[in-house]
Each structure stands twice: as structure tokens, then as C-alpha cells.
Design a protein around this ligand. Structure first.
Ligand code: HMG
Ligand code: MG
Length: 306
């Protein structure tokens, strides 16, 4: 706990820019640029970077270079490089790529499950079982991600019971960490309190993470609300990159620079160098040919430029 408040004293940020951030970009981004981005993020001090995704290239073409990216990055001891693995085929690729953590990704919404991974929630859990067992056999960390925990672009409302049900099933699969994800950015703080508290009845709070998209500008408020519950792991994207190809209109993850600015102000330790993240954000934004979507990142870059 932070002595000046009831908030956690330390937070882990999982930087998801190289995967969630880039997966929805229309222009093909060369593997060398992705590698440079991951290397910059490693240097900035992240202990966990979601670097790639071993999904069908027909479904998400941008992630087709994932093996090349994983082979090209300069790894730092102690840093966990995570990749998405929807099935055993993805797991095998992840193993060959020497990923440290594999992520099974399901949904609290039946409709989104069908659109995103082409099967029902129950079928997805069966597919994940093989991945989970293989991850354990090979000593890899296993993370579970639950999309549409606060609302779904296809079915609308998603109940707290539906979220809790998937949390329980992912716990039974042996997940080391579980992400409660706001895929389309519709959550607001009171809902965050309710869903996080409900999820924490099924899984240890210290291993739950908040994955917020900033579509409606609520990302920072929702992180603060999660901190009030005691959540101490958050996902964010450098420069606010991102969006899901199967959630139309959803914009990027909450920007890492904004989250770090918030946490610094609260006196919460992350071990990450904000200036280096600002540089990484400017690097990838220049490559994409647009201004970063991070308010704090742009403000800090402008201040530096004088
Ligand atoms: P399917 O078509 O039902 O799969 O797709 P299938 O098993 O019938 O296989 C069909 C073809 O896909 C075959 O190729 C397989 O080899 C290939 P073909 O014989 O036609 O040439 N295939 C694969 N190729 C590479 N890697 C694999 C793989 N698996 C099958 N792992 C599948 C099912 C799950 C594969 C597909 O629906 C898929 O790839 N979906 C991924 C969707 C996705 O990546 N969405 C974005 C990530 S989730 C997200 O962003 C949300 C998150 O950020 C949290 C939040 O914000 O909510 C995590
Ligand atoms: Mg996401």
C-alpha cells in the first residue's frame, strides 16, 4: 500500500503496444520497426512486454511477422515477453519463438467470442485447455485475457456473473494472471469497482490486471478506480496505439505515457523511465506518420522541444 493513501505502492505495467497497439494498423509495418519498438521499450524498463501474436494471418495480417519479431529482439534478462496464442498451433509457434508467457484470450460475451475467435466461450475454454497444459509442461507463464468485460460491440450489456464465470474457468486452467479487458472502452469508474471486486472473488486480486481501451476517454479514470480496489497490474500502449480488428470503432489502449504520468503523481513506483517511453512513442508515431495519441507524451515532447 502507498503510505499516503490506500492505493498500491507499486504497479506493474504490461506494455501492449507492439501487439494490441499495432495489430489493427492497415499499413504493413516492417518487422525491423517492430523490433526497434520492442527494444526501446525494453530499455525503458518494462518488465513485461506483449511483443507479438501467433494467430491466423488471415484474421490479423499485421501479426504475420511475429516469428521474425521475436527472433530479432534483444532480450533483457528478467523481462517477460508475452505473445497471444488462441490454440495449440499458436502455442507451438510461441514455443519455437522462445516466448516467456503465452496469452489465451477469451471473452465474457458470446457474440464477441464468435466474431474474434470463431467459437463459443465453452469451445474456447476447451481449446485453451491444450494450450494451458502445454504451457505448464514447458514451464511458460500462462495469462488469460477476458474481452468485453464491461460491454460488447455486438450484444451490448455483459453481466458481472458472465465475467466471473470466465475468470473461474481461466483460474481452473491454471492462469498465473487474468486480464479484465474493456475492449471497446465503455467502462466508467463505478462499473470498474463492481466488476473488479466481483472478479477478485474468483481470483487473487494481486494477479488480476486492468486492460482499458480509451475510446470514450475513460482510461485514466478507470485505472484510478481499479487502484482504489487494489488492482496493481495494468496494460497500456505507448503513444496510445491500438484497437481490435473485431471491435469496430474501438480505439487504442490507454496511453502508457498518460498512465505513467498519473502514477508518478500518485507516488506509485513502476520502475519505468517515462522520458524513454516518450521517445519510443515519438519514434513509432513518426513511423506511422501521425501524432501520438498520448496527451502526456505529446506535452512532454513539446516541453522538451522548448
Ligand atoms: P478458424 O478459422 O476457426 O481456425 O480460426 P481453424 O482452426 O479452422 O484454421 C483455419 C486456418 O487458420 C488454417 O489455415 C489454420 O492453419 C490457420 P488454412 O488451412 O486455411 O491455410 N490457423 C492459424 N494460423 C496461424 N496461427 C494460428 C492458427 N490457427 C489456425 N494460431 C482462430 C480460429 C482462433 C485461429 C482465428 O479466429 C484467429 O486467428 N483469431 C484471432 C483474432 C485476433 O487475433 N483478434 C485480436 C486479438 S484479441 C484482442 O485484441 C483483445 C485483447 O486486447 C483484450 C481486449 O482488449 O479485449 C486481448
Ligand atoms: Mg485490447
Amino acid at each position: 500500500m502507498n503510505p499516503s493513501s490506500n492505493l498500491p505502492a507499486r504497479v506493474k505495467i504490461v506494455e501492449v503496444g507492439p501487439r494490441d497497439g499495432l495489430q489493427n494498423e492497415q499499413q504493413t509495418i516492417p518487422a525491423a520497426v517492430k523490433i526497434e519498438l520492442v527494444n526501446r521499450l525494453t530499455q525503458a524498463g518494462f518488465k513485461n512486454i506483449e511483443a507479438a501474436s501467433f494467430v491466423s494471418p488471415k484474421w490479423v495480417p499485421q501479426m504475420a511477422t511475429s516469428a521474425e519479431v521475436m527472433a530479432g529482439i534483444t532480450r533483457k534478462p528478467g523481462v517477460v515477453y508475452s505473445v497471444l496464442t488462441p490454440n495449440l498451433q499458436g502455442f507451438k509457434a510461441a514455443l519455437a519463438a522462445r516466448a516467456d508467457e503465452v496469452v489465451i484470450f477469451g471473452s465474457a460475451s458470446e457474440a464477441f467470442s464468435q466474431k474474434n475467435i470463431n467459437c463459443s466461450i465453452a469451445e474456447s475454454i476447451e481449446r485453451f485447455r491444450d494450450v494451458a497444459q502445454s504451457a505448464k509442461q514447458h514451464g511458460l507463464r500462462l495469462r488469460g485475457s477476458i474481452s468485453c468485460a464491461f460491454g460488447c460491440p455486438y450484444q451490448g450489456e455483459v453481466s458481472a456473473d458472465a465475467v466471473a464465470d470466465v475468470v473461474r474457468r481461466m483460474r481452473e486452467l491454471g492462469c498465473d494472471e487474468i486480464d479484465i479487458a474493456d475492449t471497446i472502452g465503455v467502462a466508467t469508474p463505478l462499473k470498474v469497482h463492481a466488476i473488479m471486486q466481483r472478479a477478485a472473488q474468483e481470483f487473487p486480486l494481486a494477479q488480476l490486471s486492468g486492460h482499458f481501451h480509451d475510446t470514450y476517454g475513460q482510461g485514466i479514470a478507470n485505472i484510478y478506480a481499479s487502484l482504489e480496489v487494489g488492482v496493481a497490474i495494468f496494460h497500456s500502449s505507448v503513444a496510445g496505439l491500438g484497437g481490435c480488428p473485431y471491435a469496430k470503432g474501438a480505439t487504442g489502449n490507454v496511453a502508457t505515457e498518460d498512465v505513467l504520468f498519473l502514477l508518478q503523481g500518485l507516488g506509485i513506483d513502476t520502475g519505468i523511465d517515462l522520458d524513454a517511453v516518450v521517445d519510443a512513442g515519438q519514434f513509432i508515431s513518426q513511423h506511422l506518420g501521425r501524432k501520438a495519441a498520448s496527451r502526456a507524451g505529446n506535452a512532454l515532447a513539446a516541453k522538451r522541444a522548448g
